[in-house]
Design a protein around this ligand. Structure first.
Ligand code: G1P
Length: 364
Protein backbone atom coordinates (compact mmCIF):
# COMPACT_ATOMS: atom_id res chain seq x y z
CA UNK A 1 0.00 0.00 0.00
CA UNK A 2 1.28 3.48 -0.82
CA UNK A 3 2.42 5.46 2.26
CA UNK A 4 -0.15 7.95 3.54
CA UNK A 5 -0.19 11.30 1.85
CA UNK A 6 1.64 14.03 3.75
CA UNK A 7 1.22 17.79 3.82
CA UNK A 8 3.83 20.48 3.23
CA UNK A 9 3.00 24.07 4.12
CA UNK A 10 5.39 26.79 3.06
CA UNK A 11 5.61 29.41 5.72
CA UNK A 12 8.97 31.02 5.05
CA UNK A 13 9.64 33.97 2.75
CA UNK A 14 10.14 37.62 3.59
CA UNK A 15 6.67 39.06 3.02
CA UNK A 16 8.07 42.21 1.42
CA UNK A 17 4.69 43.17 -0.05
CA UNK A 18 3.09 43.42 3.39
CA UNK A 19 5.67 45.63 5.07
CA UNK A 20 5.75 47.14 7.63
CA UNK A 21 3.53 44.45 9.25
CA UNK A 22 6.06 41.81 8.17
CA UNK A 23 9.00 43.65 9.72
CA UNK A 24 7.86 42.28 13.05
CA UNK A 25 5.65 39.32 12.17
CA UNK A 26 5.44 36.50 9.62
CA UNK A 27 3.00 37.20 6.79
CA UNK A 28 1.38 33.81 7.38
CA UNK A 29 0.35 34.93 10.85
CA UNK A 30 -1.51 38.05 9.75
CA UNK A 31 -5.10 37.29 10.75
CA UNK A 32 -8.02 36.94 8.37
CA UNK A 33 -11.27 37.24 10.33
CA UNK A 34 -9.12 37.14 13.50
CA UNK A 35 -7.42 33.83 12.62
CA UNK A 36 -3.88 33.56 11.19
CA UNK A 37 -3.91 32.80 7.46
CA UNK A 38 -1.67 29.79 8.12
CA UNK A 39 -4.29 28.10 10.29
CA UNK A 40 -6.75 27.91 7.38
CA UNK A 41 -4.20 25.81 5.47
CA UNK A 42 -3.56 23.50 8.42
CA UNK A 43 -7.31 23.07 8.97
CA UNK A 44 -7.88 22.35 5.27
CA UNK A 45 -5.28 19.57 5.42
CA UNK A 46 -6.71 18.13 8.62
CA UNK A 47 -10.20 18.12 7.04
CA UNK A 48 -8.79 16.24 4.03
CA UNK A 49 -7.50 13.52 6.34
CA UNK A 50 -3.83 14.49 6.23
CA UNK A 51 -2.28 13.82 9.63
CA UNK A 52 1.45 14.46 9.05
CA UNK A 53 2.30 18.04 8.11
CA UNK A 54 5.70 19.57 7.53
CA UNK A 55 5.91 23.34 7.83
CA UNK A 56 8.77 25.11 6.09
CA UNK A 57 9.95 28.06 8.16
CA UNK A 58 12.52 30.81 7.70
CA UNK A 59 15.19 31.41 10.36
CA UNK A 60 13.82 34.95 10.97
CA UNK A 61 10.16 34.13 11.58
CA UNK A 62 10.32 30.41 12.35
CA UNK A 63 10.04 30.72 16.12
CA UNK A 64 6.90 32.78 15.88
CA UNK A 65 5.31 30.22 13.52
CA UNK A 66 6.34 27.38 15.86
CA UNK A 67 4.80 28.99 18.87
CA UNK A 68 1.57 29.81 16.99
CA UNK A 69 0.95 26.36 15.44
CA UNK A 70 2.74 24.23 18.05
CA UNK A 71 2.92 20.49 17.60
CA UNK A 72 -0.34 20.48 15.67
CA UNK A 73 -2.39 18.76 18.37
CA UNK A 74 -4.78 21.72 18.49
CA UNK A 75 -5.65 20.87 14.88
CA UNK A 76 -5.59 17.10 15.29
CA UNK A 77 -2.40 16.70 13.20
CA UNK A 78 1.33 16.22 13.79
CA UNK A 79 3.54 19.09 12.72
CA UNK A 80 7.24 18.80 11.90
CA UNK A 81 9.15 22.06 11.32
CA UNK A 82 11.72 22.25 8.54
CA UNK A 83 14.03 25.27 8.40
CA UNK A 84 14.82 26.67 4.95
CA UNK A 85 17.92 28.80 5.41
CA UNK A 86 17.21 31.16 2.54
CA UNK A 87 14.12 31.93 0.42
CA UNK A 88 15.59 30.17 -2.63
CA UNK A 89 12.29 29.19 -4.21
CA UNK A 90 9.38 26.79 -3.84
CA UNK A 91 11.22 23.89 -5.49
CA UNK A 92 14.15 24.51 -3.13
CA UNK A 93 11.68 24.29 -0.24
CA UNK A 94 10.52 20.88 -1.53
CA UNK A 95 14.12 19.65 -1.64
CA UNK A 96 14.73 20.98 1.86
CA UNK A 97 11.74 18.96 3.05
CA UNK A 98 12.79 15.74 1.28
CA UNK A 99 13.98 14.02 4.49
CA UNK A 100 10.53 14.68 6.00
CA UNK A 101 8.57 13.74 2.87
CA UNK A 102 10.51 10.60 1.98
CA UNK A 103 8.75 8.73 -0.82
CA UNK A 104 5.26 9.88 0.17
CA UNK A 105 2.94 11.76 -2.12
CA UNK A 106 2.10 15.14 -0.68
CA UNK A 107 -0.04 18.25 -0.90
CA UNK A 108 1.96 21.45 -0.98
CA UNK A 109 0.16 24.54 0.26
CA UNK A 110 1.54 28.06 0.26
CA UNK A 111 1.02 29.32 3.80
CA UNK A 112 -0.31 32.72 2.75
CA UNK A 113 -2.96 31.26 0.44
CA UNK A 114 -6.65 30.73 1.11
CA UNK A 115 -8.79 28.36 -0.89
CA UNK A 116 -12.54 28.29 -0.48
CA UNK A 117 -13.98 24.87 0.09
CA UNK A 118 -10.72 23.28 1.24
CA UNK A 119 -8.82 20.49 -0.47
CA UNK A 120 -10.59 17.28 0.56
CA UNK A 121 -12.14 16.79 -2.88
CA UNK A 122 -8.79 17.38 -4.60
CA UNK A 123 -6.91 14.97 -2.36
CA UNK A 124 -9.56 12.33 -3.07
CA UNK A 125 -9.26 12.94 -6.85
CA UNK A 126 -5.46 12.70 -6.65
CA UNK A 127 -5.53 9.50 -4.67
CA UNK A 128 -8.07 7.94 -7.03
CA UNK A 129 -6.35 8.94 -10.29
CA UNK A 130 -2.71 8.85 -9.15
CA UNK A 131 -1.21 11.28 -11.66
CA UNK A 132 2.42 12.44 -11.17
CA UNK A 133 1.17 15.87 -10.22
CA UNK A 134 -2.11 17.72 -9.92
CA UNK A 135 -2.08 21.50 -10.25
CA UNK A 136 -4.80 23.94 -9.32
CA UNK A 137 -5.62 26.77 -11.67
CA UNK A 138 -7.93 29.75 -11.67
CA UNK A 139 -8.54 32.60 -14.10
CA UNK A 140 -7.12 35.92 -12.83
CA UNK A 141 -7.15 39.46 -14.25
CA UNK A 142 -3.34 39.88 -13.79
CA UNK A 143 -1.74 36.59 -14.88
CA UNK A 144 1.69 38.22 -15.31
CA UNK A 145 1.97 38.16 -11.48
CA UNK A 146 1.65 34.37 -11.25
CA UNK A 147 2.73 31.08 -12.74
CA UNK A 148 0.56 30.67 -15.88
CA UNK A 149 -0.64 27.45 -17.52
CA UNK A 150 -1.38 26.64 -21.14
CA UNK A 151 -3.76 23.73 -21.60
CA UNK A 152 -4.62 21.60 -24.59
CA UNK A 153 -7.95 19.89 -25.19
CA UNK A 154 -7.94 16.12 -24.96
CA UNK A 155 -10.76 14.08 -26.53
CA UNK A 156 -12.87 12.50 -23.83
CA UNK A 157 -11.41 14.59 -21.01
CA UNK A 158 -13.20 17.63 -19.67
CA UNK A 159 -10.03 18.98 -18.05
CA UNK A 160 -7.59 18.72 -20.94
CA UNK A 161 -3.86 18.47 -20.35
CA UNK A 162 -1.08 20.81 -19.35
CA UNK A 163 1.31 21.67 -22.17
CA UNK A 164 3.27 24.60 -20.75
CA UNK A 165 3.78 26.41 -17.46
CA UNK A 166 5.57 29.74 -17.30
CA UNK A 167 6.47 31.65 -14.12
CA UNK A 168 5.31 35.29 -14.23
CA UNK A 169 5.38 35.69 -18.04
CA UNK A 170 5.52 39.27 -19.34
CA UNK A 171 3.12 38.30 -22.15
CA UNK A 172 0.85 35.58 -20.66
CA UNK A 173 -0.76 33.27 -23.22
CA UNK A 174 -3.73 32.53 -20.93
CA UNK A 175 -5.29 33.96 -17.79
CA UNK A 176 -5.01 30.66 -15.90
CA UNK A 177 -2.87 31.24 -12.82
CA UNK A 178 -1.29 28.51 -10.74
CA UNK A 179 -3.01 28.54 -7.38
CA UNK A 180 -0.64 28.00 -4.46
CA UNK A 181 -1.83 24.44 -3.80
CA UNK A 182 -0.20 21.48 -5.57
CA UNK A 183 -0.24 17.69 -5.30
CA UNK A 184 2.83 15.64 -6.07
CA UNK A 185 4.24 12.15 -6.03
CA UNK A 186 7.84 11.73 -4.89
CA UNK A 187 8.98 12.17 -8.53
CA UNK A 188 8.93 15.94 -7.92
CA UNK A 189 12.23 15.68 -5.98
CA UNK A 190 14.20 14.59 -9.04
CA UNK A 191 12.47 17.28 -11.09
CA UNK A 192 13.44 19.93 -8.50
CA UNK A 193 17.04 18.69 -8.66
CA UNK A 194 17.07 18.88 -12.46
CA UNK A 195 16.13 22.54 -12.88
CA UNK A 196 18.26 25.69 -12.60
CA UNK A 197 17.41 28.96 -10.83
CA UNK A 198 15.11 31.41 -12.64
CA UNK A 199 15.82 35.04 -13.50
CA UNK A 200 14.77 36.00 -9.93
CA UNK A 201 17.36 33.53 -8.62
CA UNK A 202 14.87 30.97 -7.31
CA UNK A 203 14.27 27.29 -8.00
CA UNK A 204 10.70 27.64 -9.28
CA UNK A 205 8.17 24.89 -8.64
CA UNK A 206 6.62 25.97 -11.95
CA UNK A 207 9.83 24.91 -13.75
CA UNK A 208 9.96 21.63 -11.85
CA UNK A 209 6.40 20.82 -12.97
CA UNK A 210 7.29 21.80 -16.54
CA UNK A 211 10.16 19.31 -16.26
CA UNK A 212 7.62 16.61 -15.43
CA UNK A 213 5.48 17.63 -18.43
CA UNK A 214 8.53 17.56 -20.74
CA UNK A 215 9.42 14.09 -19.47
CA UNK A 216 5.98 12.82 -20.47
CA UNK A 217 4.72 12.51 -16.90
CA UNK A 218 1.02 13.00 -16.11
CA UNK A 219 0.30 16.49 -14.82
CA UNK A 220 -3.42 16.98 -14.28
CA UNK A 221 -4.94 20.46 -14.34
CA UNK A 222 -7.84 21.27 -12.03
CA UNK A 223 -9.63 24.58 -12.35
CA UNK A 224 -10.87 25.60 -8.90
CA UNK A 225 -14.56 26.37 -8.55
CA UNK A 226 -14.61 28.63 -5.51
CA UNK A 227 -12.50 31.68 -4.73
CA UNK A 228 -8.79 31.63 -4.07
CA UNK A 229 -6.66 34.37 -2.57
CA UNK A 230 -2.93 34.85 -2.26
CA UNK A 231 -2.85 37.23 0.69
CA UNK A 232 0.60 38.64 -0.10
CA UNK A 233 -0.65 42.21 -0.63
CA UNK A 234 -2.86 44.56 1.35
CA UNK A 235 -5.73 44.64 -1.16
CA UNK A 236 -5.79 40.81 -1.29
CA UNK A 237 -5.62 40.58 2.48
CA UNK A 238 -8.67 42.85 2.82
CA UNK A 239 -10.52 40.88 0.19
CA UNK A 240 -9.71 37.56 1.87
CA UNK A 241 -10.97 39.07 5.12
CA UNK A 242 -14.20 40.11 3.38
CA UNK A 243 -14.69 36.66 1.81
CA UNK A 244 -14.12 34.78 5.07
CA UNK A 245 -16.27 37.17 7.12
CA UNK A 246 -19.11 36.55 4.66
CA UNK A 247 -19.06 32.89 5.65
CA UNK A 248 -19.22 33.44 9.41
CA UNK A 249 -22.44 32.89 11.30
CA UNK A 250 -23.11 35.68 13.78
CA UNK A 251 -23.02 35.08 17.53
CA UNK A 252 -22.56 37.30 20.51
CA UNK A 253 -20.65 36.31 23.61
CA UNK A 254 -19.84 39.87 24.55
CA UNK A 255 -21.62 42.61 26.46
CA UNK A 256 -23.80 45.13 24.67
CA UNK A 257 -24.73 48.39 26.39
CA UNK A 258 -27.07 50.68 24.41
CA UNK A 259 -25.60 49.17 21.27
CA UNK A 260 -26.89 47.67 18.00
CA UNK A 261 -25.65 44.81 15.94
CA UNK A 262 -26.95 44.38 12.40
CA UNK A 263 -26.31 41.48 10.05
CA UNK A 264 -23.85 38.72 10.73
CA UNK A 265 -21.48 39.76 13.52
CA UNK A 266 -19.30 37.60 15.75
CA UNK A 267 -18.63 39.16 19.15
CA UNK A 268 -16.09 37.16 21.07
CA UNK A 269 -16.15 36.67 24.85
CA UNK A 270 -15.22 39.66 26.97
CA UNK A 271 -15.77 42.22 24.20
CA UNK A 272 -17.84 45.22 25.29
CA UNK A 273 -19.86 47.62 23.16
CA UNK A 274 -21.14 50.89 24.58
CA UNK A 275 -23.39 53.20 22.56
CA UNK A 276 -22.01 51.60 19.42
CA UNK A 277 -23.24 50.09 16.18
CA UNK A 278 -21.69 47.17 14.37
CA UNK A 279 -22.92 46.34 10.89
CA UNK A 280 -21.78 42.94 9.70
CA UNK A 281 -20.25 40.92 8.39
CA UNK A 282 -17.70 41.72 11.06
CA UNK A 283 -15.86 40.17 13.97
CA UNK A 284 -15.03 41.84 17.28
CA UNK A 285 -12.22 40.08 19.15
CA UNK A 286 -12.24 39.12 22.80
CA UNK A 287 -11.66 41.92 25.24
CA UNK A 288 -12.16 44.60 22.57
CA UNK A 289 -13.90 47.85 23.57
CA UNK A 290 -16.17 49.83 21.27
CA UNK A 291 -17.31 53.13 22.76
CA UNK A 292 -19.49 55.57 20.79
CA UNK A 293 -18.20 53.79 17.75
CA UNK A 294 -19.41 52.54 14.40
CA UNK A 295 -17.87 49.42 12.91
CA UNK A 296 -18.96 48.76 9.34
CA UNK A 297 -19.02 45.69 7.08
CA UNK A 298 -15.90 43.59 6.39
CA UNK A 299 -14.04 44.61 9.52
CA UNK A 300 -12.04 42.34 11.80
CA UNK A 301 -11.26 43.94 15.14
CA UNK A 302 -8.55 42.00 16.96
CA UNK A 303 -8.32 40.99 20.57
CA UNK A 304 -8.09 43.85 23.05
CA UNK A 305 -8.56 46.60 20.44
CA UNK A 306 -10.28 49.89 21.31
CA UNK A 307 -12.42 51.95 18.97
CA UNK A 308 -13.78 55.09 20.57
CA UNK A 309 -15.61 58.03 19.00
CA UNK A 310 -14.58 56.71 15.61
CA UNK A 311 -15.88 54.88 12.54
CA UNK A 312 -14.04 51.94 11.01
CA UNK A 313 -15.02 49.91 7.97
CA UNK A 314 -13.46 47.27 5.63
CA UNK A 315 -10.36 47.03 7.77
CA UNK A 316 -8.22 44.65 9.80
CA UNK A 317 -6.99 45.67 13.26
CA UNK A 318 -4.44 43.40 14.88
CA UNK A 319 -4.24 42.73 18.60
CA UNK A 320 -4.20 45.71 20.94
CA UNK A 321 -4.68 48.53 18.43
CA UNK A 322 -6.82 51.59 19.01
CA UNK A 323 -8.58 54.20 16.92
CA UNK A 324 -9.82 57.13 18.97
CA UNK A 325 -11.64 60.35 18.14
CA UNK A 326 -11.34 60.42 14.35
CA UNK A 327 -13.38 62.98 12.40
CA UNK A 328 -13.74 60.87 9.29
CA UNK A 329 -14.20 57.18 8.72
CA UNK A 330 -11.19 54.90 8.56
CA UNK A 331 -11.52 52.31 5.81
CA UNK A 332 -9.52 49.76 3.76
CA UNK A 333 -6.81 49.83 6.40
CA UNK A 334 -4.57 47.28 8.06
CA UNK A 335 -3.24 48.19 11.50
CA UNK A 336 -0.48 46.11 13.07
CA UNK A 337 -0.28 45.18 16.74
CA UNK A 338 -0.65 47.90 19.40
CA UNK A 339 -1.00 50.70 16.85
CA UNK A 340 -2.57 53.91 18.19
CA UNK A 341 -4.42 56.35 15.94
CA UNK A 342 -6.04 59.19 17.82
CA UNK A 343 -7.04 62.80 17.64
CA UNK A 344 -4.82 64.86 19.90
CA UNK A 345 -6.17 67.67 22.07
CA UNK A 346 -2.97 69.68 21.88
CA UNK A 347 -2.69 72.87 19.84
CA UNK A 348 -1.66 73.66 17.15
CA UNK A 349 -3.88 71.37 15.12
CA UNK A 350 -1.42 69.30 13.18
CA UNK A 351 -0.74 65.73 12.11
CA UNK A 352 1.76 63.98 14.37
CA UNK A 353 3.12 60.55 13.45
CA UNK A 354 5.41 57.93 14.78
CA UNK A 355 5.35 55.18 12.15
CA UNK A 356 7.67 52.29 11.34
CA UNK A 357 9.66 51.67 8.17
CA UNK A 358 7.64 51.14 4.97
CA UNK A 359 4.40 52.38 6.54
CA UNK A 360 1.82 54.02 4.33
CA UNK A 361 -0.53 56.76 5.45
CA UNK A 362 -3.14 58.32 3.15
CA UNK A 363 -4.88 61.50 4.20
CA UNK A 364 -7.64 63.25 2.27
C1 G1P B 1 4.20 31.60 -6.26
C2 G1P B 1 4.43 30.72 -7.49
C3 G1P B 1 3.44 31.08 -8.60
C4 G1P B 1 2.02 30.98 -8.07
C5 G1P B 1 1.86 31.85 -6.82
C6 G1P B 1 0.51 31.62 -6.17
O1 G1P B 1 4.54 32.93 -6.58
O2 G1P B 1 5.78 30.88 -7.92
O3 G1P B 1 3.61 30.21 -9.69
O4 G1P B 1 1.12 31.40 -9.09
O5 G1P B 1 2.86 31.54 -5.83
O6 G1P B 1 0.34 32.43 -5.05
P1 G1P B 1 5.23 33.90 -5.46
O7 G1P B 1 4.21 34.13 -4.40
O8 G1P B 1 6.43 33.16 -4.98
O9 G1P B 1 5.60 35.15 -6.21
Amino acid sequence: MAPAMKGLILSGGRGTRLRPITHTSAKQLVPVANKPVLFYGIEAMAAAGIGEIGIIIAPETGDEIRSAAGDGSAFGVRITYVVQDEPAGLAHAVLTAEPFLGDSSFVMYLGDNLLQGGIAELVAAFEAERPDALILLTPVPDPQNYGVAELEAVAGSERGRVVRLVEKPSAPKTDLALVGVYMFTAGIHDAARAIVPSARGELEITDAIQFLVDGGRRVEPYVVKGWWKDTGRLADMLEANRLVLETLVGRSEGELVDSQVEGSVVIEPGARLERSTVRGPAIIGSGARLIDAYVGPYTAVGEGCRIERAEVEHSILLVGSSVIGLDGRMESSLLGRNVVIRRADAQPRAFRFMVGDNSEIEIL
